[in-house]
Design a protein around this ligand. Structure first.
Ligand code: ADP
Ligand code: MG
Length: 251
């Protein structure tokens, strides 16, 4: 069974082929890692899957539905959430409000419900708050909930991004270099958090440079170079692939 299926995905920027003819199968409950040198097209691939870029070619199916070319908002509603390589929080808002913003996509009540404070709207607000508090607890951020997001430590800000994504109740979470800039110890904490996210029933796709983290977490690895797949398979298969060693691991 496949949760996300990309076929022949491509993205050009003018003459630059940032992603070219990429196939990807993400299986539910798995951690799929995407690795490759800088500029290989990893973030572009995430942008294609999450609807931030429209593919030049190819298709994306999520849970059996064709989501190719949909807007980011609609794709979140189809169960794909993402974090960004550089955190993109609302710095002037509290950690709690940042996480609550992830609930908007699940909203069923209308502006009229909100203005009239209908029972439906009040019920939804309570559910959203409960959900946000649960996600804050899960990511270890409860103590920071009333702090401005820009003021909490960098490592905690990265967890806020993950909490915001989890608040949308995704089936698939795309993490773009979640441990970039973190210490070894903090990185280990993130690896444990990602494992707990998978245990919670959320499938994870991970772009990461730290090979120790990739090798310990990933069930499946896709290696990109110059926008193309150069290898894919289990961590053991990829680790010993001569092309991968030459393009990436050997450097
Ligand atoms: P990675 O995340 O693997 O480091 P990216 O996906 O960010 O690589 O970039 C792949 C290539 O596409 C790079 O050459 C980058 O400069 C280019 N690129 C990415 N986004 C854009 C864009 N919006 N416009 C033009 N070129 C882009
Ligand atoms: Mg990138």
């Amino acid at each position: 069974m496949t949760l996300l299926e990309a076929r022949g995905l491509g993205k050009h920027f003018g003459g630059l082929h940032a992603v070219q003819d990429v196939d990807l199968d993400v299986h539910p409950g798995h951690v799929t890692a995407i690795i490759g040198p800088n500029g290989a097209g990893k973030s572009t691939l995430f942008n294609l899957l999450a609807g931030f870029y429209r593919p030049t070619s190819g298709t994306v199916r999520m849970d059996g539905r064709d989501i190719t070319g949909m807007s980011p908002h609609r794709i979140v509603a189809h169960g794909i959430a993402r974090t960004f390589q550089t955190t993109s929080l609302f710095g002037d808002a509290t950690v709690l409000d940042n996480v609550l913003s992830g609930r908007i996509v699940r909203s069923r009540s209308t502006v009229v419900d909100a203005v009239l404070h209908t029972p439906r709207h009040r019920r939804e607000e309570r559910t959203n708050l409960d959900k946000a508090m649960e996600v804050l607890e899960f990511t270890g951020l409860t103590e920071y909930r009333n702090d401005l997001a820009a003021r909490v430590p960098q490592e905690a800000q990265k967890r806020v991004s993950i909490a915001l994504a989890l608040a949308t109740e995704p089936q698939l979470l795309l993490l773009d270099e979640p441990a970039a800039g973190l210490t070894e110890e903090e990185t280990e904490g993130f690896a444990r958090l990602i494992r707990r996210i998978v245990d919670r029933g959320v499938t994870v796709c991970l772009v990461e440079h730290r090979m120790s983290m990739v090798m310990s977490l990933a069930d499946h690895i896709l290696v990109l170079d110059h926008g193309r797949e150069i290898a894919s398979g289990t961590p053991d298969a990829v680790r010993t692939d001569p092309q991968v060693i030459e393009a990436y691991l050997g450097t």
